[in-house]
Write a protein that binds this ligand. Structure first.
Ligand SMILES: [Zn+2]
Length: 329
């Protein structure tokens, strides 16, 4: 993009569609190719290129889950806390994030202990640095996974520079590796946001899986420019998330949480019927509130009442998917 900005405007207007037409290839070499809109008179090639950066390849749902289970259930938390107010860090909203570490997480860990189920926690390095007690508390349980969720919860498409995005990703990996004693194998992009470089960078970093995309309801292989990346996608979606129902600003505007429970339950029932995967995404500062953790507790009890449900971390799920895939090849 810097090269583009130095061009006279007329040349830029000519160069943009050309850059755009070769977006996947440019993403490998340019420092910041930007994200161009699809022109209304796009050619078929431009249309295909516009969507090619990160796509769904083969479906990777195994014939059966471990122990003969018919569904894999992954409970996950994005431990965003104060990072959500990074750009305007005022004391009161920051305290809303602080709640995630002080009240939300302990309440969630206690529930997971009572129910003896594993979970995955995606933690921005900033959250862990501000609250250094969180990761030891999670690790103490010896049942949970910790995955990457940015350095300061920076949204990759706003970083604007491939080298900087790579540096922040490497810092986040190094920090979690040092604090947990294990290199994380899973990544969930902050705000589920990818730049044109993100897929390439997480592939280079050697992750086993990503959990930021939404093309299917079941595990799939991630493609870039039509080619397999070797990364497994364990997809999320906005429906099985707490944020859209309770935010913005946790204002309590939803009169009853029963509707949230019903939606989560219906999503689980569908996954159970289809013998695939149910991933729930929550945030300690949102679901950790007293009136909301009840929804999670009810849901866990309901899922446990059904036979053949496998509760797993996303790492366990991706590892199993990979093993089954290797057997099939
Ligand atoms: Zn987040």
């Amino acid at each position: 993009m810097s090269m583009l900005l130095r061009m006279p405007l007329g040349l830029r207007l000519i160069a943009l569609p050309i850059l755009f037409a070769f977006a996947p290839a440019q993403a490998q070499v340019a420092s910041n190719p930007g994200i161009a809109p699809v022109p209304i008179d796009a050619t078929p090639e431009q249309m295909r290129n516009a969507v090619a950066n990160a796509r769904a390849g083969r479906v990777l749902t195994p014939k059966v889950w471990p122990g003969g289970a018919r569904v894999a259930v992954c409970i996950s938390f994005d431990v965003d806390n104060e990072t959500l107010w990074r750009e305007r860090p005022r004391p009161v909203p920051l305290s809303e994030g602080e709640y995630g570490a002080r009240e939300g997480l302990p309440r969630i860990l206690a529930l997971l202990d009572r129910e003896s189920i594993p979970a995955t926690f995606y933690i921005p390095a900033m959250s862990a640095i501000v609250h250094p007690g969180m990761i030891p508390e999670i690790l103490k349980r010896k049942r949970h996974e910790i995955g990457v969720h940015g350095w300061t919860h920076e949204e990759p498409s706003t970083v604007g520079d491939r080298a900087k995005e790579q540096k922040l990703l490497e810092q986040a990996i190094a920090y979690l590796t040092q604090v947990t004693g294990k290199r994380p194998v899973g990544v969930r992009a902050p705000s589920w946001d990818f730049s044109p470089h993100t897929l390439e960078l997480i592939g280079r970093a050697g992750f086993l899986y990503d959990s930021s995309m939404m093309a299917l309801d079941q595990p799939y292989e991630l493609l870039s420019a039509g080619k397999p990346t070797g990364l497994i996608e364990l997809p999320i979606n906005w429906i099985a998330d707490d944020y859209p129902y309770y935010e913005p600003e946790a204002a309590g505007s939803l009169p009853s949480t029963d509707g949230v429970y019903q939606i989560y339950k219906d999503e689980f029932d569908g996954a159970y019927r289809e013998r695939t995967l149910f991933i729930l995404t929550m945030h300690p500062h949102i679901t950790g509130h007293r009136s909301r953790i009840i929804v999670l507790e009810r849901l866990i009890k309901y899922m446990k009442s059904k036979p053949d449900v496998w509760f797993a971390t996303l790492e366990q799920t991706a590892t199993y998917v990979k093993q089954q895939q290797n057997k099939a090849n």
